[in-house]
Design a protein around this ligand. Sequence first.
Ligand code: ADP
Length: 494
Amino acid sequence: MTEISTHRNYIGGEWRASSATETLDNVNPADARQVLGRVPRSPRQEARDAIDAAVAARAAWRAIPAPARARKFLKIHQVMEGRIDELARALTREEGKIFPEAKGEVLKTLNLIEWFIGEGMRYIGRTAPSEMPNNLAYTVRQPIGTVGLITPWNFPVAIPVWKIAPALIAGNTVVFKPAEATPATAQICVEICEEAGIPAGVVNMVFGDGPEVGDEIIRHPEVGAISFTGSTATGTRIYEAGAAALKKVQCEMGGKNPVVVLEDADLDLAALGTAQGAFGSTGQRCTATSRAIVIDSVADAFVEKVIAHADAVKAGNGLDEGVTMGPSIDERQMNKVLDYIEIGKGEAKLARGGKRLTEGDLAHGFFVDPTVFDEVSRDTRIAREEIFGPVLSVLRVKDFDEAMAAANDVDYGLTSSIYTVDPNRMFRFIDEIETGITHVNSPTMGGEAQLPFGGIKATGVGEREMGPTAIEFFSELKTVYIDYTGSSRKSNIY
Ligand code: ADP
């Protein structure tokens, strides 16, 4: 039997064994008999050591011009390209998403890196006309210093990279705490940075618990900004702690994303997009579709088509050929989904699924049958709370206005979609929907590197990630006034 190894922290350019006395097992969610590795529950002091290393590396990294910092990501891109399959396999093994989705995530990450490399040359300010003659006024962007990155398990390659890349290109050094459930992918990402020649101390990674390692990163006075993706409960706590210390904070949190299906929609397209959004990646995307808001007259046909897609889902180990849906990330998450299903049974009509899958080898993993609830009313928990599993709630409505009211009647505001061919209601939807991202005639998920990603309401605070706004979060603006008259004739300073 091969020995199960414990992941090491990466501090100041060295892979250091944690002094932790306790570890967490990294279990394959498709087969819990398989322990893939152990995650140290690093003590607070190791987070401090990582922050010290990041502080020590600051001046030299900041002194490298932004285009040259960004160019280092050309090498990261090249190294990652050589490890695509390895990274995707590790991702499937520890997170559970099927191999094609895992590979898709890695390819998307490469795409993100391409965007951010260009940002090194666009990392600029503006000039503005001054009120004074012979004066030049402009803004320049500068690094914050050291930033803390705290990430979840559901996109354990893409999310860390879409934070690390703009943070570094903006001239910061980082301390990164990956999710407890996905250490292997985090380790590979950091190995890639190392192999690509990112200098020691510029990227540091510490494994451990949120309330210990994560908390230290958030509170440490040398950490000037925090970028977090995860649950709304944790994000709210981080935002509060950041606010108390007047730090910049960016949180991307939960969602309850609606698809609105009007009576003129292409129902086949709408049902396919909804099923992909609801059951794809086991419903464990922040952008997953969890509500379908459907006009009454087409609801029967729509639900039938969605159920047909759910029937075609083949759950299993994501590395096996033909499998189309993986497990929940762990037992706790599966139980949370099953609890919501039980709640749903008391609140609405169960139209499909509604149970754990335990046939054959599935019994060793954390699989939930794709589930559809029909005739869900707006005030139910399954219509309002994030479930993060393959569960869809269908709300039937009489017209567009009722659909809009239902779509906006949640705390969250990440993404949304409408299926219609009517330009009038299409644009009204775009105007009125309370989400940071919206789609027309396509599923709720997906995001392109060059466009901002993020939500409003209880979903997001701070600047948008990805796109041109990403780098703004990781930098401070300095406004500069230069008087080049050579004399002191300024009179109207007020
Ligand atoms: P999930 O329920 O999906 O684990 P969390 O929001 O709890 O979502 O976790 C997302 C990330 O936040 C993880 O890396 C986790 O360790 C971290 N985290 C959890 N609690 C805290 C905390 N109190 N302070 C800082 N980070 C935390």
